[in-house]
Ligand binder design. Structure first.
Ligand SMILES: [Zn+2]
Length: 205
């Protein structure tokens, strides 16, 4: 089965992607995973990518597309694409290589995403992550491991999150329209197990 997984930041997308990929025994193709795999394989394309990454440069679109095409074609039995394509025009290009059978849309209300992200705190010393509500430190504002100060990342402030969510919605709406009847909507505002149950039921996997 060929699947595309769409969801906003903090929707639990990564966790569900792992479940689906294991259940169907298909590769989980996120852009990060694909870049790492290609680099590790030592292929010509991998070497080209490594060249950009090692210099700290952005990998150009042309190279990204070559990689995606190669990975989709390498797995004719199926795959789970995660986080890509992001726009309707990218989706049209992916369809030319190999179109998804179904599109899983993980829906989480914006307010919930904002709460999940803006509650994050990170230790200035060791980088350990906390959440003021879901994973609080023993002592408020201090790391359990080293007692150092916990701070909020600039990207995690509610205004920054709201801006990214608005961008996500404006790009995702045409994407959903593009895939039409292939879209399977899942309520992502429930526990991890409940979300997984709904995916299994609705996809019949
Ligand atoms: Zn720490």
């Amino acid at each position: 089965m060929k699947l595309l997984l769409i969801g906003p930041q903090a929707s639990g997308k990564g966790t569900q992607a792992e479940f689906v990929s294991k259940r169907l025994n298909v590769p989980h193709l996120s852009s990060g995973n694909m870049l790492r795999e290609e680099k590790k394989s030592g292929s010509e394309l991998g070497l080209e990518i490594a060249g950009y990454i090692d210099k700290g440069a952005l990998v150009p679109d042309k190279t990204i597309w070559a990689m995606i095409k190669k990975q989709l074609e390498a797995h004719p039995e199926g795959w789970l694409l995660d986080g890509f394509p992001r726009t309707a025009s990218q989706a049209a290009t992916v369809d030319k290589y190999s179109a998804p059978d179904k599109v899983i849309l993980l829906e989480v209300p914006d307010l919930v995403c904002v709460e999940r992200i803006s509650g994050r705190r990170v230790c200035t010393q060791c980088g350990k992550e906390y959440h003021v509500k879901y994973k609080p430190p023993k002592k408020e504002g201090a790391c359990d491991l080293d007692g150092a100060k916990l701070v909020q990342r600039d990207d995690d402030y509610p205004e920054a999150v709201a801006k990214r969510l608005a961008d996500y919605h404006s790009k995702t709406a045409p994407l959903i329209k593009h895939y039409g009847a292939k879209v399977v909507t899942i309520d992502g505002n429930q526990g991890i197990q409940e979300v997984w149950n709904e995916i299994q039921t609705k996809l019949g996997i």
